[in-house]
Design a protein around this ligand. Structure first.
Ligand code: C2E
Ligand code: CA
Ligand code: CA
Length: 529
């Protein structure tokens, strides 16, 4: 029996060490000798090594324990799992104990590797999104009184870097950014992670938050593209943590909102979150959520603002939308047009307003008024979501109106992309009989370049760009020249935003044909008009 048990014990991969009830080592197998580095004749070595464990467990009155410990074996650190078990007879009398040890180094390594892979981004080696959120949450939870910042960073137009220089260069940029962030996080309590694509996140304790250093780090990252003669732009949004119980993802989203808000500001590399950003985002969400129902419930109303000739006769009006919100009252286009354009909803609203305009012209026609026009706005986005030509020609047929009475206003943005296609549509519309006006000339969008390409009937000059300047003389020279040029190009001129009588006199002298502005009338509801 003893021989059998011995041979079984020698043939297991575990190391086995047995002690009697006086802590004398009575048996070790070969594997145990290899692991501890002692022979079967040196049982004292084993006694010394395990004495501490035995005393500890006996004192705890424990019959079974498992512990993991590191052993240095052949100058290598090995992960060893030690199982401890007492032996008792039928009457529960203590006979001794034994240890079973297993070298699980490879397993532990594999597990740690897997854990690393699951929590780290494979390209940059930084924490991934889930791990970043977890770690940041834990730190905030462990430091309820500490002050922290959550910082989001983003490479502007990163797609362009990939497209121009290839993904290898794109990856290099990301790795460089990761390196810089990693350096920031060394020995500082800063947590850095890669959230997705070109978006990174940091959790920074107040003591280590240093705006100057952040800007320097950004410059450091941007420098890597210098060899390609490309101006790389990194921007960061900073959110100051106020409530540690807030979800870290939400904190990060808020830091991102700052970046998105300053997207068009090329000089800003670092901006801070404030509540107005949240309010803006909420407003935006509300506009989008409520839009379809608002169209359905006819909450959008066409207002008209008079357009007059140089003798003060009303020629017609510009259709300007107002949102008569059931709870929030009258909302002006400045609060929703841009949002609808950006989110691809504007064509629904425009199609609706165009139809209101056509309907009204039809009604006027039935009442014998055929010499007044309605001028409608076309957004650049409309061309991508619908057939603009078909929409207008269908309206003319449906309501049996003269296309001459439905005027179309476009801004330069229409011609910024797909120039040929848009010019063709506008040309076709003109041939059909619609008059085209170039809107907002001089307000920053329209340029001389567009006038070269587009054949329009009316040029609308915005008073705003001349308003409130000291350079009266210069303004007059510019206005005079624009009006003269329009005439030579065969266009009539309408000045909008006219508020004062003196403006009209001067503009008339320069040859302006039409006027629009608060001096004559604000935009008013159709009935009043
Ligand atoms: P816009 O086409 O340049 O329209 C003229 C804007 O100037 C109107 O603002 C009008 O109320 C304002 N305005 C007119 N006279 C004066 C004046 O004497 N002084 C001043 N300070 N302002 C004056 P509104 O109605 O708020 O519209 C703003 C913009 O929203 C419009 O600029 C237009 O780009 C857009 N918009 C309005 N309705 C529509 C629409 O149905 N579709 C599209 N796509 N855009 C629209
Ligand atoms: Ca307009
Ligand atoms: Ca305008």
């Amino acid at each position: 029996m003893q021989n059998v048990l011995c041979s079984v014990s020698e043939n297991t991969s575990s190391s086995i060490i047995c002690f009697d009830n006086r802590n004398k080592c009575i048996y070790v197998n070969d594997s145990a000798c290899r692991l501890i580095g002692a022979s079967k004749d040196e049982l004292g070595v084993f006694e010394k090594k395990f004495e501490g464990y035995i005393n500890e467990f006996i004192e705890k009155k424990s019959d079974y324990e498992v512990i993991k410990t590191d052993y240095e074996i052949a100058s290598q650190i090995r992960s060893v799992f030690i199982e401890f078990q007492t032996m008792r007879d039928k009457k529960d009398k203590y006979l001794g104990c034994f240890f079973k040890m297993e070298d699980r180094t490879e397993e532990v390594k594999r597990f740690e590797m897997e854990k690393y892979r699951a929590t780290h981004d494979s390209l940059t080696g930084l924490l991934n999104r889930v791990a970043f959120m977890e770690q940041a949450t834990r730190i905030l939870f462990d430091n309820p009184d500490g002050k922290f910042y959550v910082v989001a960073s983003n490479v502007r137009e990163f797609k362009l870097v990939n497209d121009l220089f290839g993904t290898k260069v794109g990856d290099m940029v990301l790795c460089k950014e990761a390196d810089v962030l990693r350096k920031l996080s060394e020995n500082t309590g800063v947590v850095a992670g890669r959230i997705s694509g070109d978006r990174f996140a940091l959790l920074i304790p107040e003591d280590y938050y240093d705006e100057e250093m952040a800007v320097k780090s950004i410059e450091d990252i941007e420098r890597i593209m210098k060899v390609y003669d490309y101006k790389l732009r990194i921007c960061m949004g900073v959110y100051e943590v106020r409530d540690h119980n807030e979800n870290v993802q939400t904190m990060y989203d808020k830091a991102c909102m700052v970046i998105d808000k300053t997207k068009n500001d090329y000089l800003k590399v670092l901006s801070y979150y404030d509540t107005s950003i949240m309010q803006k985002a909420m407003h935006e969400k509300n506009v989008i959520n409520e839009f379809d129902k608002a169209i359905e419930d006819e909450q959008f109303k066409m207002y008209l603002q008079a357009q007059v000739d140089n003798e003060g006769n009303i020629m017609g009006g510009e259709a300007l939308v107002r949102w008569e919100h059931p709870e929030n009252g009258l909302i002006f286009p400045g609060d929703f047009i841009e949002i609808l354009e950006r989110t691809g909803h504007i064509y629904n609203l425009d199609a609706y307003i165009w139809e209101q305009a056509a309907k009204k012209l039809c009604e006027w026609k039935q009442n014998g008024i055929t010499d007044k026009h309605i001028s409608v706005n076309i957004s650049a986005k409309d061309f991508y979501y619908m057939d603009v030509y078909k929409s207008f020609t269908n309206l003319v047929r449906k309501y049996d109106i003269n296309p001459d009475n439905l005027k179309l206003e476009i801004t330069e943005t229409v011609l910024m992309h797909d120039l040929e296609m848009h010019l063709e549509v506008l040309d076709k519309l003109r041939k059909f009989g619609f008059q085209i006006g170039v809107d907002d000339f001089g307000s920053g969008y329209s340029s001389l370049n567009m006038l070269k390409d587009i054949k329009a009937d009316v040029l609308k000059i915005d008073m705003v760009f001349l308003r409130e300047t000291e350079n009266h003389v210069r303004s007059r020279i510019i206005l005079n020249s624009i009006i003269g040029m329009s005439k030579k190009l065969g266009m009539k001129v309408l000045t909008e935003g006219v508020e004062k009588e003196e403006q009209i006199g001067a503009l008339k002298e320069m040859g302006c044909d039409f006027f629009q502005g608060y001096y004559f009338s604000k935009p008013i509801c159709v009935e009043e008009f």
